[in-house]
Design a protein around this ligand. Structure first.
Ligand code: C2O
Ligand code: CU
Ligand code: CU
Length: 478
């Protein structure tokens, strides 16, 4: 179905924020859109693979003239893409070649916390390394990412460039008639914004406690990128990995596209849209059909009135396929009648932001949830002063289903599993949450500066049959 009436309320957009900075493509020459290469394993044996990930400094040609000092994973900026298979066992060796402590968080993977998951309890000091291993059990293929999570330096490290796409795939996804050739018709599209000062980043100069914004749009780290389209359809794996910015996406010619997946996998039904808003760090997979185009035609991806990148048609080597209406049987989770409804409140703006009236404390467990129990949570954003702002709520270690928004049915593109939900000012979103891994996990506002200010808490997922204790220390004592 085509949703002509878009479902986000304009009043909640970040445009109304005092610190809002408009995006504008600078007058720089076009260049080929960067396509992160796929990280190759060190070794594979059966359904087991070994990888090395290096967080490193580097220099990247972003704007004409001087190179920009940047950080990345196995690359000078952003990172190589990791493609993982559901059901496999992974060993990852993570090296920190940065001048400061970092962590590596797997945003979207259901793996044990607090160490494997890579939150602030899993620091890697400069010059050191950490080994982790996990078996991947995801309900559905998905587009995820990895990013640093040291407290309170996540925002600055992401701004510096650390962010890489992680793709999880499975048999169901491989068998759907959708584009699947990485870098050809199945593309990572990593959306960010930055400001450059004589071609360099200056996080302190651009810092905004409500989320740092830049004026230059980047896609996969490229400013004014062009992608040569050789297939009639493209699948775009959109990841909003900005610190704060909402991307309100559409094409310059108003063309429709089909959303097939959200954060954590396929939607139940494919839906047609002509615009799509992503808060940080929501993901969406869309399929765009260019069958009506001729070689040489150009179509631009926009956010509001800013160009993000350009698709330029070449001869098509592959024809369009019909996208099935029904994509995935999303399991209908039932809330456990023995569970207690949970309420969590995101409040405030600027340096007043709080989660449940508190600031983050790494030594405090804020709540507990039983392993494999399905529990409803009401996530409230009480901040509606001066229009308020959206707080994107994220949970580690689990996927959730969105049940309602202020008692109404959720948006049509929220029918799949999610790990992040944009909660509008004055709104209560009900989500259904089930963890099938144990540990201590973060939940927080994903505006990175809010997270670093302390709009974050932690939950222990426990199994009474396997009690565990955790030695929780603040980062400076580790
Ligand atoms: Cu994307 Cu707590 O993380
Ligand atoms: Cu996360
Ligand atoms: Cu927030």
């Amino acid at each position: 179905a085509f949703y002509q009436q878009y479902f986000y309320d304009e009043n909640v957009y970040d445009l109304h924020d005092g610190g809002y900075k408009k995006l504008a493509m600078p007058a720089v020459p076009e260049k080929a859109l960067a396509m992160p290469s796929v990280l190759q394993p060190d070794r594979v044996q059966g359904h087991e693979a070994w990888y090395t990930i290096v967080a490193q400094t580097g220099e990247t040609a972003i704007l004409p003239g001087k190179l920009t000092q940047t950080w990345g994973y196995n690359a000078s900026l952003l990172g190589q893409t990791l493609i993982l298979e559901d059901g496999w066992h992974y060993h990852v060796h993570i090296e920190n070649h940065l001048p400061e402590t970092t962590t590596l968080h797997w945003h979207g993977l259901n793996i044990p916390g607090p160490i494997t998951d890579g939150g602030p309890h899993a620091p890697i000091m400069p010059g050191e390394a950490r080994e982790i291993e996990f078996t991947l059990h995801q309900e559905g293929a998905q587009t995820d990412w990895m990013h640093p999570h040291p407290c309170p330096n996540t925002a600055r490290q992401v701004w510096q460039g650390l962010a890489a796409m992680v793709i999880v795939t499975d048999e169901h996804a491989k068998n759907l008639p959708i584009p699947q050739e990485y870098g050809v018709d199945d593309l990572p599209i990593i959306l960010q914004d930055r400001t450059y000062h004589d071609n360099q980043l200056d996080y302190e100069a651009d810092y905004d406690v409500d989320g740092t914004l830049g004026t230059v749009p980047l896609v996969n780290g490229t400013v004014n990128g062009v992608f040569k389209v050789t297939t009639a359809q493209l699948r775009l794996r959109l990841l909003n990995s900005a610190n704060r910015r909402e991307f309100r996406l559409h094409f310059d010619d108003g063309r429709r596209f089909t959303q097939i997946a959200g954060d954590c996998g396929f939607l139940e039904q494919a839906i047609d849209l002509d615009r799509l808003m992503l808060t940080v760090p929501e993901r969406a997979e869309i399929v765009v059909d260019f069958s009506d185009c001729q070689p040489g035609d150009r179509v631009q991806l926009m956010s509001d009135d800013a160009v993000l990148c350009t698709f330029e048609m070449d001869e098509f080597t592959k024809k369009a396929q019909a996208i099935p209406d029904h994509l995935f049987d999303v399991p209908k989770w039932q809330v456990d009648p023995d569970s207690q409804l949970q309420t969590t409140v995101m409040s405030g703006m600027d340096d007043e932001v709080l989660l449940d009236g508190k600031r983050f404390d790494m030594t405090r467990i804020d709540r507990q949830q039983l392993f494999r129990q399905t529990v409803d949570w009401e996530v409230k954003n009480t901040n509606d002063a001066c229009g308020g702002m959206i707080h994107p709520f994220h949970m580690h270690g689990c996927h959730f289903q969105i049940i309602s928004r202020n008692g109404q049915v959720p948006y049509p593109n929220e029918t799949g599993f999610k790990d992040t939900v944009g909660v509008n000012a004055g709104e209560t979103v009900r989500i259904r949450v089930c963890f099938d891994v144990l540990g201590i996990f973060m939940y927080h506002c994903h505006i990175l500066e809010h997270e670093d200010t302390g709009m974050m808490a932690q939950i222990e997922v426990y199994d009474p049959k396997h009690p565990k204790t955790y030695d929780l220390k603040p980062m400076h004592e580790m």
